[in-house]
Design a protein around this ligand. Sequence first.
Ligand code: TXA
Ligand code: MG
Length: 313
Amino acid sequence: MRLSLETAAAQIINGQVVAVPTETVYGLAASLKDVSAIREIFRIKGRPQDNPLIVHVASADDVERMAEEVPDDFRLLASTFWPGPLTMILPVDVNAVPEVARAGLATAGFRVPDHETTCALLKMTGPLVMPSANLSGRPSATSAQHVESDFGMEFPVLDGGQCHQGVESTILYWDRESWSVVRLGAIPVEAFAEVLGYLPEVHLGSREGNVKPLCPGQMYRHYAPQAQLKLTKSFSPDMKGVIVGYEDRQYPAHCKIYLLGRIDDPKGVAGRLYALLRQLDDDKVLEASVDVDVPHDGLWCTILERLRKASQS
Ligand code: TXA
Ligand code: MG
């Protein structure tokens, strides 16, 4: 059910969960003040209780009110990347962020989304916690239709059009000494070097390793369509089947091709990624070969990481 901004704000203030747009992906929003609405998010999504939620705020000032300690370069990062697809994880005042939203950790992730409608909403509702608006394990939703496909036509959605980034925020973690990247996202890691004066280390963790990842979400299966994805750099000319590839490439003549965009436009590719994975499901594709002969820098690192996760069964 599509809601107006005013109705969405009223429903959230009333304790309901509403799907809202951001520039990265749609989120399932509840008021930070409403513990039972936050519990409802975990139930609706089928989300494990140990996977914390990001707190979305209207400005960096809101973060300073909730954080226990804010490093010197927090303001610089905020003024450079907010509003935008950066989440910063900081130690928090545990009374300011409910335990259920933090999944019991003494930290919380914060971000100011770059979406006009959602910024207006945040001014009306105050801080909102929101995970991506998809059933746990499915590709994230980058349009109101994707949300409805996971949660049904009656689910309340604030329609803000297509998300223009199309992949989630990059997450920086402050360990009281330095920042590290704990989830790749819409901002390439290289972009932080100029602001911080050092390239933050990347600590992604994985389901296989014994080391617990700093970002609990890394442990779970993610972004996956029903189709089994095979990542490959070469295609034999007599191959048949489905290929996910790029406009400026030649593929075997007897294959059905799904196009992600052009190799020289990683932003466009990122923007189309989840919609394409969902399209494979709609078309009942059971197996697809994905062309991963792509550059290994900038936003491509994020795209490749999402494709790797989507290919894990
Ligand atoms: O772009 C985005 O970040 C989107 C939009 C809706 O803002 N949100 C999003 O939320 O991707 P979600 O819940 O799907 O992913 C949040 C990730 C999870 O992997 C979670 O483990 C991690 O952030 N996270 C949240 N709070 C954390 C904390 N205090 N410490 C470590 N990781 C945290
Ligand atoms: Mg998610």
